[in-house]
Design a protein around this ligand. Structure first.
Ligand SMILES: [Zn+2]
Length: 256
């Protein structure tokens, strides 16, 4: 029976992944997500239903537009597949629970931020506000109203911390070091995790971003590297590892 749920979450994820491609590509541009219908960017050929099946359409069409035979970007089916896979992993890690809703929300945020930040170096506010509201509601159900307000305070504290890091960075590098969206993302991170773990997320994000940045800088000297996707990746790792302050405290005691 369980295999059906795995399959269901994977397929559900690929369909949403396809939608996140549209969201991430259109919303930062101020375009509508309903009109115009999905089309080939080259020849404007309107995609029919069988050309819109996540992953499968790409494979059947051998990665080319049905009409003009232009090569389609592998980026879109990759986003669909990754969303499906991460939805499956979310179900595997959390089962049917409120934590699963938070996990799926974070995975969705990750995918949309990747599409939007890589394409435009922008993360629109709505991409941060909507998941924050979902997570806040789940926190109220899980922790009660007073404790979830405390979580909001931790969110604000994380926001302020990142703001100070940005001021320091601006002074050190004499240019804009972090985007406004990166600071706003910190609110969501503080809201989601145990207090203090937001610092661990910044640390993880920096460690993962460093080699990637060096690689991109060598390859393309003028490249601006978005930090948003790394922050959300750090958040995902800490959330899926089910880390809390107690675990970290015990770990610290063990190595000291
Ligand atoms: Zn075409």
């Amino acid at each position: 029976m369980k295999i059906y749920f795995y399959l269901m979450f994977f397929i559900f994820g690929t369909c949403l992944g396809s939608f996140y491609n549209v969201l991430g590509m259109r919303l930062p541009n101020g375009e509508s997500i309903i009109k115009p219908k999905s089309h080939c960017p080259k020849c404007n050929h309107k995609l029919k239903w069988f050309e819109l099946i996540p992953i499968l359409s790409f494979i059947i069409q051998k990665g080319k537009c049905n009409s003009c035979k232009t090569k389609l970007s592998l980026f879109y089916p990759l986003i669909e597949f990754s969303t499906g896979l991460l939805f499956l992993i979310s179900y595997h890690s959390f089962g049917f629970s409120f934590d699963l809703i938070i996990a799926l929300t974070l995975v969705s945020l990750f995918m949309i931020v990747i599409v939007s930040d890589l394409s435009y170096l922008i993360i629109p506010d709505s991409f941060i506000i909507v998941p924050s509201i979902i997570i806040f509601v789940i926190k109220i159900i899980q922790l009660g109203f007073v404790n979830s307000i405390i979580q909001v305070l931790f969110g604000i504290l994380s926001f302020v911390l990142m703001y100070l890091i940005m001021l320091l960075g601006n002074k050190l590098f004499k240019k804009e070091s972090l985007g406004g969206a990166d600071i706003k993302l910190m609110f969501l991170i503080g809201l989601t995790l145990d207090p203090m773990l937001a610092i661990l997320v910044i640390f993880l994000a920096s460690i993962i971003a460093l080699p990637v940045s060096i690689f991109l800088l060598i390859k393309n000297k003028e490249h601006v590297i978005p930090f948003g996707p790394f922050l959300v990746l750090g958040l995902l790792i800490v959330y899926f590892a089910k880390l809390d302050m107690k675990t970290i405290f015990n770990f610290m005691l063990n190595i000291l």
